[in-house]
Design a protein around this ligand. Structure first.
Ligand code: CA
Length: 293
């Protein structure tokens, strides 16, 4: 287990430099494949995104390798959305747009989990699943537009490990993916800690409780989710677009100011009653949760 709790941004840029050097400087850093020893957070940093943080803390737990997912989905837009979202969650994601390619990749490739749409051109999802199960026990999360109970039962009987009915919230997909991966890989530390702290702020993800200086913060579900995302990535600037996608499962192009409004409300509960503000706006970039001196 590669654990380095004191890992700072400086070290990460050195790592990046090392990786670039190892390729004789021929590759642009963005083309360099992620090092398997870095977490999604670290990768975001080495990829040069959101590096505006000065006091970034390394995640408490670093994964040994990034989990590899295969998404078999013929709706291009949805497939791209899942690829982007799951990549941001730290997974390596491959896409297949029909059952034939999907089955080939799932059988030949080395995936930790397959997200499988049930209605696919070529071979449909249930047939892909049945064929895959002949050779591999890879966890499969089925997606379907059909909410009929018999279809769910058929999917589960065919060896799907879980089932999600479209339309679904991205956060629910991520939660189910995490559960399946954890179940399939108990030896790998994919579990995130359930409590997070920053200065006098404490957040308990399981009890869904947030408190500052021992005082309970009365947050709505969205405010809690917003705070937990910011806290999990404390010290890192998160854009409004990403917050909109991650917390509201919405495309930021919709032109609403839902993020700003929620941040304002969260701030009034989180920071206003206390001396030291933790939630900061980074103009033109987004928001960051950190304890500044
Ligand atoms: Ca489909």
């Amino acid at each position: 287990m590669w654990q380095q709790p004191g890992l700072q941004r400086k070290d990460l840029s050195e790592l990046k430099g090392w990786r670039d050097d190892s390729r004789n400087g021929l590759n642009d850093a963005r083309q360099v494949q992620p090092s398997p020893t870095l977490t999604s957070d670290a990768l975001r940093q080495t990829n040069g995104e959101m590096t505006n943080s000065s006091s970034r803390q390394a995640p408490a737990t670093l994964r040994i390798t990034r989990m590899k997912l295969l998404v078999i989905e013929d709706e291009i837009k949805l497939a791209e959305y899942l690829r982007k979202g799951l990549s941001e969650e730290g997974y390596v994601v491959d896409l297949a747009h029909d059952g034939i390619d999907g089955l080939h990749l799932a059988t030949e490739g080395d995936y930790d989990l397959v997200v499988l749409d049930s209605m696919l051109p070529g071979i449909d999802g249930l047939a892909v699943l049945a064929a895959l199960r002949q050779s591999k026990p890879t966890p499969v999360l089925m997606l379907t537009a059909r909410a009929l109970i018999e279809d769910r039962v058929k999917g589960l009987q065919s060896g799907a490990d879980d089932y999600l009915v479209k339309p679904f919230a991205f956060s629910e997909l991520v939660a189910r993916v995490q559960v399946l991966l954890r179940r399939a890989n108990p030896q790998r530390n994919t579990a995130e800690p359930s409590t997070f702290t920053l200065a006098d702020l404490e957040l308990d993800l399981i009890r869904r409780k947030a408190q500052r200086a021992g005082q309970r913060l009365d947050l709505t579900t969205k405010e809690f989710n917003l705070l937990s995302l910011l806290l999990r990535r404390q010290g890192q600037v998160i854009s409004r677009t990403e917050l909109a996608e991650q917390v509201w499962d919405m495309n930021f192009d919709s032109g609403t100011n839902v993020v700003e409004v929620a941040v304002r409300r969260l701030r009034s509960k989180l920071d206003q009653p206390f001396e030291r503000p933790l939630l900061h706006t980074v103009r033109g970039m987004g928001y960051v949760l950190e304890a500044r001196d």
